[in-house]
Design a protein around this ligand. Structure first.
Ligand SMILES: [Zn+2]
Length: 264
């Protein structure tokens, strides 16, 4: 690896950590009905406004031992988790796609999905504004692509085909089970991921998200009591599946399809 590549990857990870810190705060303010633009970052416990020293991703958390510097309240580990996961997302995308427009596009999609995941973990909802943001970003990239019409077609088929199928299954299941099978926010996530990845990879993403969801569900069932177990955020599993699919989807699909090609 040459110097430029290493430098780019380091910058990507730092950018990701900063994005994670910002997105986590942004998502928290939205689900708690606080103004996004107004008000400086403050401690949730004592309300003390945070200084520059407190806002350095990862470093601030570790330096303060995971406590507020002013009142000593323990900070949620989710802050640290959000920053580390976001750094990994940005880094892995940069590693896969290099210095390219695709990297920028997936960083922006990743940011939207991370924000949706943080909101879902915090309040079991997927805010529409993050979905709208991702749709607008995709529209801009389609407009500047070499073949906009072809890209638009692939994108729309990718979004609608899988999301419509899921919606149909959910409607049938809700009729049969007479209870909510899946949140509307989750279907919007599947739709928006399809716009970026096309229908083949979106289908892979859907299957993988079901697998991740079951595993995450079993882990959280062990931890929580029965009341809390009723509500389960599926958004992070979908976002995680989209991450793996964006990185390795094409390879996984061609590996799978080789079993169906006849040997001449
Ligand atoms: Zn405090």
């Amino acid at each position: 690896m040459d110097f430029i590549t290493v430098y780019f990857l380091v910058i990507s990870a730092l950018l990701g950590a900063c994005a994670g810190s910002f997105l986590n705060c942004f998502a928290w303010r939205i689900v708690h009905g606080e103004s996004v633009m107004k008000g400086r970052s403050h401690c949730d416990e004592c309300g003390h406004v945070l200084g520059v020293r407190d806002l350095i991703p990862i470093v601030s958390y570790l330096a303060s031992g995971g406590k507020c510097r002013y009142c000593g309240a323990k900070l949620s580990k989710r802050h640290l988790g959000a920053e580390i996961v976001s750094a990994l997302v940005f880094l892995s995308i940069a590693w896969k796609y290099g210095i390219s427009l695709e990297t920028l596009e997936f960083w922006l999609l990743g940011s939207a999905l991370l924000a949706c995941s943080f909101a879902d973990l915090e309040a079991y909802l997927v805010p529409d504004r993050f979905i709208v943001f991702a749709i607008i970003v995709r529209a801009v990239f389609i407009a500047v692509s070499p073949e906009p019409l072809e890209a638009l077609k692939t994108s729309l088929i990718g979004g609608f085909s899988v999301a419509a199928a899921v919606l149909l299954v959910v409607i049938v299941m809700e009729k049969v089970l007479k209870k909510d099978a899946m949140g509307g926010g989750d279907i919007k996530l599947i739709f928006v991921i399809g716009l970026y990845l096309g229908w083949e990879r979106n289908l892979l993403c859907l299957m993988m998200s079901a697998l991740f969801g079951v595993v995450a569900g079993m882990i959280s069932l062990k931890k929580k009591n029965d009341e809390e177990a009723e509500a389960f955020p599926w958004g992070p599993s979908i976002a995680c599946a989209a991450w793996v699919t964006a990185l390795f989807g094409s390879e996984i699909i061609s590996w799978y399809l080789q079993f169906f090609t006849t040997v001449r």
